[in-house]
Write a protein that binds this ligand. Structure first.
Ligand code: ADP
Ligand code: ZN
Length: 294
């Protein structure tokens, strides 16, 4: 089945079509501006990729993913100007006459990594991105998790020691939630310089690693992932990955006994910069599987 994949990000959209990493058109990139112009640009890109049998969209959120919701599958309330309540599925389904499937950008990335990347062969794993925000895609029993909403684990509360870290946090909703403490903008606000300019031995990385490690420990305790993929500009730093694993182990205090925790429990992504659009392709087959099971 030839699928068109759309990675809808906060700053850019990537569109490509194919069946997988070895059979994918060169990605078409368009900037994310206002919803009307951006959707028009996406439709234009898709016209050039015809024919395809289905469309998968991996989008920034928060999203309404409930097919029974009378207002439709859409972006819900977002601080991104103009984008609240933007319908994503109906306009493309009407225009192209093929099934259109939507999931979060991080669930898409997780599914892509599960099919072709760093979580192949696993049915239970998580994908974390630590960048402009913190997002978590969760696959449990082979399926991406949705429910009342979809996982928003970037906003979990973590323990902050005000002596070691007096920074009170950057999240407009929660102050010192995980995203408020460990995202790229939170790091920049804390130290007064862009996070990517900080050397590996800067003390902030130990704090950031501890907070991400707390997330990893909590995920392990809640959904029992066999592996956690840590991506994003901040998350891909090798020192952050190592600090997160050390912190997760320390926070678990020996309670979880598994050789996996001594080895490659937290790993780098395997798909590089095509993860988003490849994830969008896998959203289609994942939801076919869901439909078959229900
Ligand atoms: P996005 O989250 O917007 O999709 P990124 O994952 O690249 O994209 O995240 C961008 C954020 O990560 C910015 O806040 C930037 O300062 C930070 N960042 C990007 N690269 C690095 C790096 N190598 N080390 C630390 N922080 C980084
Ligand atoms: Zn928050």
């Amino acid at each position: 089945m030839r699928i068109a994949g759309i990675e809808l990000g906060g700053t850019k959209v990537v569109v490509a079509a194919g069946t997988g990493p070895d059979d994918l058109t060169p990605p078409v990139r368009v900037p994310t501006t206002d919803p009307a112009s951006t959707m028009a640009a996406i439709i234009g890109a898709l016209e050039g990729l015809r024919p395809f049998d289905a469309i998968g969209i991996a989008s920034f959120g928060p999203l309404c993913l409930d097919p029974a919701d009378p207002e439709g599958l859409r972006i819900t309330k977002t601080p991104k100007p103009g984008w609240s309540q933007t319908l994503l599925v109906a306009p493309l389904a009407q225009r192209f006459g093929v099934p259109v499937y939507l999931d979060t950008d991080v669930n898409g990335a997780a599914l892509g990594e599960g099919r072709w990347g760093a979580a192949q062969g696993l049915a239970d794993f998580a994908y974390i991105t630590v960048g402009t925000g913190i997002g978590v895609g969760l696959v449990v029993n082979g399926a991406p998790v949705h429910g009342l909403l979809h996982p928003e684990a970037g906003h979990i509360l973590v323990r902050r020691d005000p002596v070691k870290d007096p920074f009170t946090g950057h999240c407009p909703f929660h102050g010192d939630c995980l995203e408020g403490l460990a995202s790229g903008p939170a790091i920049a606000a804390r130290v007064g310089r862009p996070a990517e300019e900080l050397a590996d031995d800067h003390p902030v990385w130990a704090l950031v690693g501890d907070y991400i490690g707390q997330l990893c420990a909590n995920l392990l305790l809640v959904t029992s992932p066999r592996r956690i993929i840590l991506g994003g500009g901040v998350g891909q730093r090798a020192d952050v990955r190592k600090a997160a694993l050390d912190a997760a182990r320390a926070r678990l205090g020996g309670y979880v006994q598994s050789p996996v925790l001594a080895g490659d429990f937290i790993v780098a992504p395997g798909l590089g910069d095509r993860a988003g659009v490849l994830g969008a392709l896998t959203i289609v087959s994942a939801q076919h599987t869901d439909a078959r099971l229900s």
